[in-house]
Design a protein. Structure first.
Length: 317
């Protein structure tokens, strides 16, 4: 009896060992290491593929992990053994681990595959494709002094590192600018300008230039050339002829009489008046505003005169 019990226990242990060591029919395998480029540049999409085999067939979907903490990519359900692929782009340079796992239709998942190392670098712009700005133009060349109302020409030049044609913009320092046409890199171009300055004044302007290539890239402004412009000389025009003096036309010798007049000055200057009394004497007023009346008093001297009857009397000169 004891011997039979021992044999039964031994048989049970053997069965347990056999079933424990046998793979379950539903076990799923780990996908292969993803296949795809191992180097690349940022913001460029690359495709990677993998597959997994299952001895009993069935359906599953694959999940790719890109190693950059972005959302994983999961495929649709496919039959076991079907090669699947997914694409991804990285936004920063670095080395990333790309790996995959599989999930069966019933929800069972594998562990992740071994990782494929992918090194991503910053984009390199091929020489000749970059549009670099022109160099800063030379200080404009031209006269440093001049007169209001006269046109003066100024020139400058600049080179473009890409050999592009350039045009120049001149800033005249008075709130206006002028553009030239496109010229070859390194060639000079000129433009003319006329400044207006008030009579009797002098003003200094800073003339500078910048270059723009045919691709639209602009240089910095050049240093300025100081240009001093002188306005026309002041012209002192004479006042208009005064009005006929206003006052009494008869009077008595020895008494003072007042007379007034006025005149305008075309330049708006103040004026003074000189009265000629007709007896060889004159009188000047003080300065008054243009167009304002001014008065002066006359104190006539008495002169003796004989009447036809021989009597002596006095009259105004």
């Amino acid at each position: 009896m004891k011997k039979k019990l021992t044999m039964c226990l031994t048989f049970i242990v053997l069965l347990f060992i056999i079933f424990s060591c046998s793979p379950a029919s539903s076990a799923i395998s780990t996908p292969s290491i993803p296949l795809g480029p191992t180097t690349g540049t940022v913001e460029t999409s690359y495709s990677y593929s993998t597959k997994a085999a299952a001895p009993y067939g069935g359906w599953a979907k694959y999940t790719f992990d890109w190693g950059d903490n972005t959302p994983q990519s999961t495929t649709d359900l496919v039959k076991y053994g079907t090669t699947v692929s997914a694409s991804h782009s990285w936004s920063k340079a670095g080395t990333y681990q790309v790996k995959a796992m599989i999930t069966s239709k019933s929800g069972e998942t594998s562990i992740f595959s071994e990782a494929l190392l992918v090194t991503i670098t910053d984009q390199v712009i091929e020489e000749g494709n970059a549009n670099n700005p022109p160099a800063t133009p030379s200080v404009p060349s031209g006269l440093a002094t001049g007169s209001s109302g006269i046109s003066y020409g100024y020139s400058t030049k600049a080179t473009d590192p890409d050999g592009d044609r350039v045009k120049y913009t001149f800033d005249w320092g008075d709130g206006t600018t002028s553009d030239t046409s496109l010229v070859s890199s390194g060639a000079s171009a000129s433009s003319s300008h006329t400044w207006t300055v008030a009579s009797g004044t002098t003003k200094t302007f800073s003339v500078r230039a910048k270059a723009t290539d045919e691709g639209g890239k602009e240089s910095s402004w050049s240093s300025g050339l100081s240009v001093t412009i002188t306005g026309p000389a002041l012209v002192n025009n004479p006042p208009a002829t005064p009005s006929v003096p206003s006052g009494i036309t008869s009077g008595t010798s020895g008494l003072s009489y007042s007379y007034s007049t006025k005149a305008t000055d075309p330049d708006g200057d103040r004026v003074k008046y000189t009265f000629d009394w007709g007896d060889g004497t004159t009188s000047d007023t003080s300065l008054v505003s243009s167009g304002a009346y001014s008065a002066c008093e006359l104190r006539p001297q008495m002169r003796a005169a004989k009447s036809p009857a021989g009597l002596v009397g006095y009259r105004l000169p």
